[in-house]
Design a protein around this ligand. Structure first.
Ligand code: BYC
Length: 330
């Protein structure tokens, strides 16, 4: 029935003995080590399934909640061209959420359960979407920095071990690349504009730079899930590796825009072949992921309201589906 997204849980079979369990685990890890993708019908450790559901559902929720800051500017886009681009981008993000929910459902969870966890405040989404889009420049900065950080992470995720997640990532990365470029192109226009437009651009980057670096998660030493997720190749690169990759790619782009990144410690380190950067404010990060960021409450309320406003659509669709099912049974 439409709207009933519950799916069959995997069939229960006899519990393996501890010897069988060890063999299954060794075989599973060998597949991972040999870069053979794990598919839904393959045996996998419960903790691997659980980790994937946690990460993939959070990822899908990020795509969906991520539509809110941008949606705030749809009615105020400065031209028809910019409005059409922004509308298409936001629709893409909703689509990304759906691909990832579908990929997560192959692990035996349901989209309805995942979305309910988000409505009940039990599931996380990326910290970045708890910051407001205050000016039109923020729309460009979100594309450039937020989508840019997301792609850096997602390219690595697309080479991971779980087939359905990786395949979803391939298409998402293609679309995110376009998002990143449209953001940069928007900022390039502002960088060539009036003094006021240049100031708006700089202010936006000042606000989004550090939260974008937080998207990669805690430092490796403080990341509880990293070691196991890297062993399982759910994560192919660590939080700090990806953060460094993003910074190295982004600094030259900032120079080309003629802006300053708000980090006095940011400088090229010849010996390391990377940019050094300052300490991230981990207290702020913890504050945001605990639900106390600038927009956490607003984001949750808008998400719940959209669900409630859609009740009549789900009821009508279910009534229509039931009518047709009854007619077919006659
Ligand atoms: N925000 O052990 P760690 C987009 C949590 S949307 C919030 O390193 P893990 C877009 C983490 O969940 C795409 N929470 O964890 C859309 C864990 O808590 P739990 C955004 C965070 O999972 C619209 C704890 O901290 N991308 O592009 O190994 C418009 C310890 O962390 C964050 C994704 O969602 C955070 N930033 O690694 C524009 C990426 N960081 O679960 C653009 C998918 C950490 O134990 N996710 N936490 O309660 C991942 O790749 C990984 O989950 C992470 C964290 C790298 C984020």
């Amino acid at each position: 029935m439409y709207g009933d997204t519950s799916i069959q849980k995997p069939m229960k079979i006899a519990e393996p003995t501890s010897e069988e369990q060890a063999k299954l685990e060794a075989r599973f890890q060998q597949m991972v080590d040999d870069d053979i993708k794990i598919e839904p019908q393959d045996w996998m450790p419960d903790a691997y399934r659980k980790t994937l559901v946690r990460q993939m559902s959070q990822h899908a929720h990020s795509e969906v909640i991520g539509m809110q800051p941008e949606g705030n500017w749809l009615t105020r886009a400065p031209s028809l061209r910019r409005k059409v681009i922004l509308l298409a981008k936001i629709q893409d993000e909703g689509g990304h959420g759906l691909y990832i929910y579908s990929a997560a459902e192959t692990l035996g969870t349901s989209r309805e359960d995942m979305c309910k966890a988000l409505r009940d405040g039990k599931a996380k989404y990326s910290s970045i979407f708890n910051y407001p889009a205050l000016t039109w420049a923020d729309i460009g900065t979100i594309g450039w920095l937020v989508d840019g950080a997301a792609i850096t992470n997602q390219v690595a995720l697309s080479k991971g071990s779980y087939g359905p997640y990786c395949r979803a990532m391939i298409r998402i990365c293609k679309e995110e690349s376009f998002h990143q470029r449209q953001g940069y192109e928007l900022l390039l226009s502002l960088s060539k504009g009036t003094a006021e437009q240049k100031a708006m651009l700089q202010d936006s980057v000042n606000r989004f730079w550090w939260p974008s670096l937080m998207m990669f998660g805690p430092n490796d030493a403080d990341s509880p899930h990293s070691a196991q997720s890297m062993k399982w190749k759910i994560k192919k690169k660590s939080n700090d590796q990806l953060r460094q990759e993003f910074i190295d790619a982004t600094v030259p782009q900032a120079e080309f825009l003629g802006i300053t990144l708000p980090d006095p410690d940011l400088k090229w380190n010849e010996e390391r072949g990377h940019y050094d950067y300052g300490e991230i404010d981990w207290e702020e990060f913890a504050h945001v992921i605990k639900g106390n960021g600038p927009c956490n409450k607003q984001r949750a309320a808008a998400y719940i309201k959209a669900h409630e406003d859609g009740t009549w659509v789900r009821e009508a669709a279910n009534a229509y589906a039931a009518k047709h099912a009854a007619q077919a049974a006659e």
